[in-house]
Design a protein around this ligand. Structure first.
Ligand SMILES: [Zn+2]
Length: 499
């Protein structure tokens, strides 16, 4: 009866968010409660589905630690989190035959800029070289040399906006079973591409990045590769190995792995100019919006909570208000003080508060409003895609002038409509909707709005990558540096179990 230990640890950080994240940002579940992922579109859900089809596999669930994207994890937070994870793994480790770890790849902690690598090295130390370890990663993750050296296989998301969570977990689970049962001897080629990218060309259904990802899928599906993907990194996670990288893993064939990885890296590099954010100045977007029928979306990718921004930017609503934009506006903001004031006052009350600008004062000014409290909630909801829980804390819907603003106590992912719906706001009822996510699934907004403006506002996750101020990542790297000579070179890792 093969016993497979399972763990999950995910957070994505923005080094440019001034508010550190803490242990308390993590939602931690242990043991059998991990089985609540069965049937969900999550990596664990997909992996469990594969394992459950084998009557002889015993799953050993240990710990799942998930946090919304935020600022750098504090040193104390990381110390507590990492020891809790490693303790849980240690408790489950007796008699196991393999490990599946669901990771993100864009964590960062004060004093440890490669948290996933730290965890994998520690787990490898516990189990020795003979136990196969397979991980799954977000394509926005940063795969480090230390991570590769401590695993035997990995799978990477193939969609953006991400919808293939369960599929990526299922691919990892199947790869792990092959390592255990078929005696495959994986070799992995890693080609670092000195580029950071952003923008619409990364949408895999329509963009040029998607064309390359479909090549990765083809070589995975036709048996050329055990796994393949292109990790673009999270450009906001300023860590030493931040980069784009092509990963191709084959069964024993280093030459094929290298050739495919180099080919894909060359094709990616040639298109780096296309894969940059195309932003419209805020005042120009507002001027155009005035003349349009709508509905319209103002995409505020610079304050994308799912990429690690604070969510407390009022840049767009303040500019719309200053410009006396006449249409009905729906927006969201993280402001615990305003939410608390609304909860104290009650539904129907009128309150004078400031909205936003408290957490990232270097970028935003508090916006004073006198607003009516239209609705109060506990801030609980579920993501549309993954059906996993969102906990925004005490939440309020405030209205003033032509504005309706949903105010949260804590930052949560805003890459779908869940937090609007669960607070009684339907985006279709408004003329202009502010979305704090670089992209959403097509049907959510783009399918029915007249225009989705990628607005150039300031923020910790701006698509204007040179505006952010990287100090740690490898250089030179495009677009922080220009005139870079690039000749792709693969580093080959022999990562068979027991090597
Ligand atoms: Zn991602």
């Amino acid at each position: 009866m093969p016993r497979i230990l399972v763990l999950d640890c995910k957070q994505e950080i923005s080094s440019f968010n001034p508010v550190p994240s803490e242990y308390e940002n993590f939602h931690i579940s242990k043991g059998d409660t991990l089985f609540s992922h069965r049937g969900l579109n999550t990596e664990l859900g997909g992996a469990f589905d594969v394992f459950d089809q084998r009557s002889n596999v015993v799953i050993v669930p240990t710990i799942a630690a998930r946090a919304g994207s935020a600022g750098l994890l504090s040193a104390n937070g990381w110390r507590r989190l990492s020891s809790e994870i490693l303790d849980a793994v240690r408790d489950g480790i007796d008699g196991i035959d393999a490990i599946y770890a669901s990771l993100h790849g864009a964590m960062g902690a004060d004093g440890e800029l490669d948290p996933e690598g730290y965890l994998l090295a520690a787990i490898r130390e516990m189990v020795g070289p003979g136990i196969p370890i397979v991980i799954s990663l977000d394509l926005h993750g940063i795969l480090t040399d230390r991570m590769v050296r401590n695993v035997n296989g990995l799978t990477i998301y193939h969609t953006y906006p991400h919808v293939d969570f369960a599929d990526t977990g299922a691919r990892a689970a199947r790869l792990l079973l092959r390592l255990m049962e078929d005696g495959v001897r994986p070799v992995l080629a890693r080609v670092i591409v000195p580029a950071l990218v952003r923008g619409d060309e990364l949408i895999t259904a329509t963009g040029c990045y998607g064309d390359l990802i479909r090549e990765c899928q083809r070589i995975e599906r036709d048996g050329t590769a055990l796994a393949a993907g292109i990790m673009i990194g999270n450009p906001f996670t300023d860590v030493p190995e931040l980069c784009t990288q092509v990963i191709v893993e084959t069964d024993g064939d280093a030459a094929v792995a290298e050739a495919e990885a180099v080919r894909l890296a060359n094709e990616f590099w040639a298109q780096r100019f296309r894969m940059q954010g195309k932003l419209i100045p805020l005042d120009r977007a507002i001027a155009q919006a005035r003349t349009m029928k709508g509905p319209l979306v103002f995409t505020d990718a610079a304050d994308a909570t799912s990429s690690g921004a604070t969510g407390d930017s009022n840049a767009i609503i303040a500019a719309l208000s200053d410009a006396n934009y006449p249409g009905s506006v729906l927006a969201q903001i993280v402001d615990p003080q305003a939410a608390a004031a609304a909860h104290r006052a009650g539904v129907g009350a009128t309150i004078s508060v400031t909205l936003g600008g408290a957490m990232d004062p270097r970028r935003y000014q508090p916006m004073a409003v006198t607003a009516r409290v239209r609705l109060l909630s506990d801030g609980n909801s579920r993501l549309e895609t993954m059906k996993t829980e969102l906990e925004a804390g005490p939440t309020a819907v405030l209205t003033f002038d032509n504005f309706t603003v949903v105010v949260f106590s804590t930052s949560i992912s805003l890459f779908d409509r869940a937090m609007y719906y669960s607070n009684g706001c339907n985006p279709v009822d408004f003329g202009l909707i502010v979305v704090k996510s670089p992209h959403t699934e097509f049907h959510m907004y783009d399918a029915w709005v007249e225009k989705n403006f990628n607005v150039d506002a300031r923020g910790a996750t701006s698509a204007d990558i040179p505006s952010l101020g990287h100090t740690v990542c490898m250089r030179p790297i495009y677009p922080l540096d220009r005139d870079i000579e690039f000749k792709p070179e693969a580093v080959i890792y022999s990562i068979a179990p027991g090597r």
